[in-house]
Design a protein. Structure first.
Ligand code: ZN
Length: 91
């Protein structure tokens, strides 16, 4: 075996070597140089969640995910100090 591998010979490394664009094509958010491809895919997933459940408001989708993440980490959910978990399908 000699020379460079073709893309199909790279397997999972082909995806690992991909980099995010410098700016999101949907919201023009700037990405740092060498942002991993999977981070970019996560950002696009947040756009999808916002489109499907929050009328395209990406910040509302992000707030819901943050609050739900905190609700799941609440060590004493019975005292009501933190907001309760709210499924994303409930707007
Ligand atoms: Zn974006």
């Amino acid at each position: 075996m000699s020379g460079q591998l073709t893309p199909h010979q790279l397997g999972g490394r082909a995806v690992a070597l991909k980099q995010a664009p410098l700016a999101c094509p949907r919201c023009s958010k700037q990405f740092a140089f060498a942002t991993p491809w999977h981070s970019y895919l996560g950002h696009l997933g947040l756009h999808g969640l916002a489109d499907n459940h929050f009328g395209g408001d990406i910040e509302a989708a992000q707030r819901r995910l943050q609050r739900n993440g905190l609700a799941r980490q609440d060590p004493t959910p019975w005292n009501g100090a933190w907001p309760k978990y709210k499924p994303v399908c409930e707007v």
